[in-house]
Design a protein around this ligand. Sequence first.
Ligand SMILES: Nc1ncnc2c1ncn2[C@@H]1O[C@H](COP(=O)(O)OP(=O)(O)OP(=O)(O)O)[C@@H](O)[C@H]1O
Length: 281
Amino acid sequence: MPNNRHGVVVQMESPNLIPERDLGTIPVLQAEHLGIDFGGLTAVDDFNIAMGRSEISGIIGPNGAGKTTIFNLLTNVYKPTRGTILLDGIDTAGKSMVQVNKMGIARTFQNIRLFSQMTVEQNVLVGLGNSMSTRLVDDIFRTPKHWKQEREFHDQAMELLSFFGMERFANTKAGNLPYGEQRRLEILRALGTHPKVLLLDEPAAGMNPNETEDLMENILRIRDEFHLAVLLIEHDMKLVMGVCEVVAVLDYGKIIAKGTPEEIQNDPRVIEAYLGKQEVK
Ligand SMILES: Nc1ncnc2c1ncn2[C@@H]1O[C@H](COP(=O)(O)OP(=O)(O)OP(=O)(O)O)[C@@H](O)[C@H]1O
């Protein structure tokens, strides 16, 4: 049985690995035989995943391998040509992006997507708004319930910001934040929707080694404090190998290997297709 620093993982009958602590519960995210064609191009084919609810997994692979397309499929930006996606056991087929978000899947983007003219707090409130139900009548007539809810939203936004020590930026325009803080804000906005699964698309892109080191700690902290699963796409191998329990390697839309970081680093197919002589220690 393979071991890594986060504990023991076990090999299931299926090609998926689920942390031992999550066995006995249904996977929080499961995709089976997922695929999509764009005209004649098969961008993703036969993608399978079964994530435990406190698992951190990674997808790596060369540019154009289909990694972001998988995120677009998992969040219903794209309708799959083939296959199924179950979120906590429920099929997401036919749901809108907002419905899938409410069901428990949230993401960040490769290129940061914030409302740059809005304040930091307002950006977080957008995420919170997705997860809460307010009554239109209360909002229109500014009833006492409306003001109570506003206060609750504000408190929750500030609490979320405190996770990254960002309260002091609450009234700053998001577009004026330093780059690293913008990346953090995007994560907070996603967390505000109370996801069960957080998808991070190249979270370390543009970060220096110190920021990446912080990010690694934060990903573990997010998993532990928000009790969720994290699936990330990343080219920074130090980060991937440092935080992921399971790594899937994608090439030309297909998984060519899946395993623990140790297994992946030593897999000749992966070395040939992607890792080459990259420094990963
Ligand atoms: N909407 C679309 N229409 C047509 N082709 C698309 C579309 N979206 C993605 N593709 C194609 O699917 C393939 C996979 O792209 P994708 O962006 O998922 O790769 P990636 O692995 O995320 O790459 P990178 O590491 O550079 O971000 C590419 O050939 C891309 O051109």
